[in-house]
Design a protein around this ligand. Structure first.
Ligand code: SF4
Length: 229
């Protein structure tokens, strides 16, 4: 069976089994970014571009001790802020973005991160992925965040053929019940970070064969008792 030929209901059924296995291998798919408030998570997510969550976690305690609120961060001394953000790379641009973001939250949303996608997308430096991370992890709302890992894993698993994050998001949204969006995206992301790696997927350590069409030992899906039927 070609991936494109798989019906929506069979794909949903296969995805449920995939998510069930991922739930066992990744029981607690919390974000790896440390945060206490929606503001901290929003800033940390913006800072995580082009670097690792661990690096961001190294700078945010100092950052949020020095600038604990949008008001404080909006008035930050730029050279001092740059120095704090230096380990994250692209620190000059990130310092400008962080200040602009804090100013917008302070001036347009009374200092509180807005809990709505439409509002979050109006903030400087905030795209759909960042907004979805904040909606799910900070506000507990259903949201699917598509980063490079979620996109790659979803394509390998035959859940989408789209290379565009919004296309991946919309394909996943059709397959996953809304209440499960955030936790499913979290598990796909962590699976991509730890097992289904970009250059050399660790299929030998993966719990998903034979549900994965990209698994090298994949027999035809329709003959797989653990797969579609
Ligand atoms: S079997 Fe391999 S390609 Fe498929 S999800 Fe697992 S690691 Fe990725």
């Amino acid at each position: 069976m070609r991936k494109a030929d798989e019906s929506l209901s069979r794909k949903r059924s296969r995805l449920l089994k995939i998510l069930d296995r991922l739930a066992r291998s990744i029981p607690d798919p919390a974000t790896e970014l440390d945060f206490h408030t929606p503001f901290e998570l929003l800033v940390a997510t913006v800072l995580s571009a082009q670097t690792t969550d661990k690096t961001v976690n190294r700078v945010t305690p100092r950052l949020f001790t020095r600038y604990p609120t949008p008001s404080a961060l909006s008035q930050a001394d730029l050279p001092e802020l740059e120095e704090i953000l230096r380990p994250t790379g692209f620190f000059r641009r990130k310092a400008l973005h962080a200040k602009a973001l804090a100013e917008a939250i302070e001036s347009r949303f009374q200092g509180a991160v807005p809990p709505r996608m439409e509002d979050l997308l109006t903030l400087p430096g905030v795209g759909r992925k960042t907004a979805s991370v904040v909606l799910y992890h900070a506000f507990g709302q259903p949201a699917i965040f598509v980063d490079t890992h979620v996109g790659r894993v979803s394509r390998r698993l035959g859940l989408t053929e789209s290379s565009d994050p919004e296309g991946v998001e919309s394909d996943l949204a059709r397959l996953i019940p809304k209440e499960g969006w955030g936790i499913a995206a979290s598990r796909l992301l962590l699976h991509g970070r730890t097992v289904c790696l970009a250059r050399a997927p660790r299929c030998e350590a993966c719990t998903l064969p034979p549900l994965c069409p990209a698994w090298p030992g994949q027999p035809p899906l329709q003959n797989d008792p653990e797969g579609l039927d």
